[in-house]
Design a protein around this ligand. Structure first.
Ligand code: PLP
Length: 391
């Protein structure tokens, strides 16, 4: 399947028509447990000597379908689907790290990931150093003899700061350190992370992969040995498995994944340019704008610049709150990668658990407004934002 082109892969990879019914869309397999065949065959399944489904928490048919699709889209050996993006992140981290290990992470992180590094890891005896991820040298300077992982998120949520994937993965490879990247904002359509040298690629499938705000899920993509280790260990025993129904909903979402992302790229670029020229706007961050401090890097490592925009209005949060309360088409809600355009205030919502000091240090100003561009017509979005910005 991996030799097929992008749109074909999104529709077909991982799926076969059901021979018993002829369904053109794979059915949902809700069974929690699977017929073992015979005691001998059951023992072989448990011993790992035979392939097959045993118990829904271990893995199940709908899970395998979206895993094959995700692996094909990223051009990776295999993938592992999970219940949420956070389950993907925690499963992947705990598959790599144990007490006494050290991780260097970018400080431009989704707040849930930051919480793991700053609040959960100390309880487990795992040390994390967060660095300004815009300069690869910062990662090199923070390495310790027991560093086992470099963790990245580019573009970062919600600052849209970038990590230089080629430079940082080269640095890690030279020292035999694993690299992990949260590629949720970019998607494999815009950022070929595996080809850029990243070992393990993570997604909140809740976002662009599912794409309609209809299902929670997560995905870990990478080399066969890592995925197998995570599947047989942390996923199975910590229990972050995806439900068959959610996997099925995500599978349908993935059929239009590239179509949606390419459209969102186009709309977001037009909207970011329009916002930049708007008299009420103080600044705009979007990797596809020439004014982005890392525009050259964005052009080097991204094929499209994604559907996420950050901006601040003149007058800061007071004016921003007024605008967010007045939008009619945009939906005031957290999350991203929806068919509908979502708007939110990062400091009081997604990053409210991060201290103000840490938030400001990583570039999340009090007035930052985050926009997740949906599938609406760009003229209608401009009209909506314009009316919300007018006196
Ligand atoms: N990674 C990023 C970049 C996110 O924005 C989010 C959630 O907003 C997550 C991970 C966590 O995903 P989930 O909410 O599916 O657990």
């Amino acid at each position: 399947m991996s030799t097929l082109h992008l749109f074909t892969t999104a529709v077909h990879a991982g799926e076969q028509p059901d021979p018993s019914t002829g369904d053109s869309v794979a059915p949902i397999h809700m069974a929690t447990t699977f017929y073992l065949g015979s005691t001998e065959e059951g023992a072989a399944l448990f011993a790992g000597e035979r392939e097959g489904f045993v118990y829904n928490r271990w893995d199940h048919p709908n899970q395998r379908m979206i895993e094959a699709k995700a692996a094909a889209l990223d051009g990776a050996d295999d993938a592992l689907a999970t219940a949420t993006g956070m389950a993907a992140i925690s499963t992947a981290l705990l598959s790599q790290l144990s007490a006494g290990d050290h991780v260097v992470a970018t400080d431009q992180l989704y707040s849930g990931t930051q919480h793991i590094f700053t609040h959960e890891f100390p309880k487990l005896g795992i040390e994390a150093t967060l660095v300004d991820g815009t300069d690869p040298q910062h990662f090199a300077q923070a390495l310790k003899p027991h560093t086992k992982l470099i963790y990245l998120e580019t573009p970062g949520n919600p600052t849209l700061k970038l990590n230089d994937l080629a430079a940082i993965t080269a640095l890690a490879r030279g020292r035999n350190i694993l690299t992990m990247l949260d590629n949720t904002f970019a998607t494999p359509i815009n950022q070929r992370a595996v080809q850029l040298g990243v070992d393990v690629v993570l997604y909140s499938a809740t976002k662009y992969m599912a794409g309609h705000g209809q299902a929670m899920g997560g995905m870990i993509v990478g080399a066969q040995d890592f995925i197998t280790r995570a599947r047989l260990g942390a996923l199975r025993y910590l229990g972050g498995v995806i439900s068959p129904f959610n996997a099925w909903l995500i599978m349908l979402g993935m059929h239009t994944y590239p179509l949606r992302v390419l459209r969102q790229n186009e709309t977001a670029l037009a909207l970011a340019r329009w916002l930049e020229d708007h008299p009420a706007v103080e600044w705009v961050r979007y990797p596809g704008l020439e004014s982005h401090p890392q525009y050259a890097l964005a052009r080097k490592q991204m094929r499209g610049f994604g559907g996420m925009i950050a901006f601040e209005l003149r007058g800061g949060i007071a004016v921003g709150a007024r605008m967010m309360d007045r939008v009619k088409l945009c939906t005031l809600a957290v999350s991203l990668g929806h068919t509908k355009t979502l708007i939110c205030h990062s400091a009081s919502t997604t990053h409210s658990t991060v201290s103000r000091e840490e938030r400001l240090a990583s570039g999340i100003s009090d007035g930052l407004v985050r926009l997740s561009v949906g599938l609406e017509d760009v003229d209608d979005l401009m009209m909506d934002l314009d009316q919300a910005l007018s006196e």
